[in-house]
Design a protein around this ligand. Structure first.
Ligand code: NAD
Length: 262
């Protein structure tokens, strides 16, 4: 018996095999969830489809376009999902984008348009996707929404400039959505993952040294994996976390508790 038996989960943000969203999808599948996926661009479609066919029961899994910067694609995605599934129980937002020049460089030189883009794609999208999923959650009698953040919000991390601002919005939106949607039995949380070598991760200069530092100094003295984040996501998606909402849950081997690492 799986922790997510009978649950329908929309997993948004698979780009390739290393994506955190893929770690979450495989953990959800192991626990018995039905899955639906998006791809952000036509270029990524093949990547996502090739991964999905490796899953048992893939014939029944919707795989549809959804670029979160286009409202019409969000609307079409959830309208089609509504026709196919009728309801949804879980929404995973594992999406981020920023222009490289707005991640690196001097913070005070960050561009107006670059900051807008990072916040729109990486944070406003959580609100837009959650809103679009509401009719499907209503049919399920509630829902669990989760996203991925990074502890560059409370701490300054070099090369994270515009994304740090976007994650601050994402974390705040998590709390506001949780308060707004709690009465509809919809929980909203975010997972603050440690550094992982993914496409998005490699856009941030210094991901390797961040991983070295984690292995050397984190209380658990090791790095995290996509699978481990997947297991935290299972907890947030399942009834085991029915009293948890509005939370930022750290999946970082305790690194966030350190002031000065010895
Ligand atoms: N890798 C890390 O070290 C790390 C640590 C903490 C949090 N995160 C967060 O995890 C999430 C997933 O990132 P990842 O590391 O798995 O990298 P990834 O590159 O595999 O995933 C990012 C995904 O965002 C999607 N995306 C970008 N723009 C989009 C758009 N306009 N519409 C729809 N989708 C779009 C991409 O297609 C990609 O699938 C991100 O929110 C990231 O900030 C990553």
């Amino acid at each position: 018996m799986g922790l997510l038996d009978g649950k329908k989960a929309v997993v948004m943000g698979v780009g390739n095999q290393r994506s955190i969203a893929w770690g979450i999808a495989t953990a959800f599948q192991r626990e018995g969830a039905e899955l639906a996926f998006n791809y952000a661009t036509e270029r990524l479609r093949e990547n996502v489809e090739k991964l999905v066919v490796t899953l048992p029961g893939h014939e029944r899994m919707p795989v549809m376009p959804c670029d979160v910067s286009k409202q019409e694609e969000i609307d079409a995605f959830f309208a089609k999902l509504g026709e196919q599934w009728g309801r949804a129980d879980i929404l995973v937002h594992s999406i981020a984008f920023a222009a490289v020049e707005d991640l690196r460089g001097r913070f005070h030189e960050i561009s107006r348009d670059g900051l807008k883009l990072a916040i729109e794609v990486s944070a406003f999208s959580l609100i837009a996707l959650t809103r679009a999923a509401l009719p499907l959650f209503a049919k399920a009698g509630g829902g669990s929404v989760m996203s991925l953040t990074y502890n560059a919000v409370d701490r300054v991390v070099p090369s994270y400039n515009s994304m740090a601002m976007a994650k601050a919005v994402l974390e705040s939106a998590t709390r506001y959505l949780a308060a707004d949607l709690g009465p509809q039995n919809i929980r909203v949380n975010t997972i603050s993952a440690g550094p992982l070598r993914t496409l998005a991760g490699s856009a941030v200069k210094g991901i390797s040294s961040a991983r070295d530092l984690m292995e050397e100094k984190a209380p658990l003295r090791r790095n995290i994996s996509q699978d481990e984040v997947g297991n935290v996501a299972v907890f947030l998606a399942s009834e085991m976390s029915r009293c948890v909402t509005g939370a930022t849950i750290f999946a970082d081997n305790g690194f966030n508790v350190l002031g000065v690492a010895d």
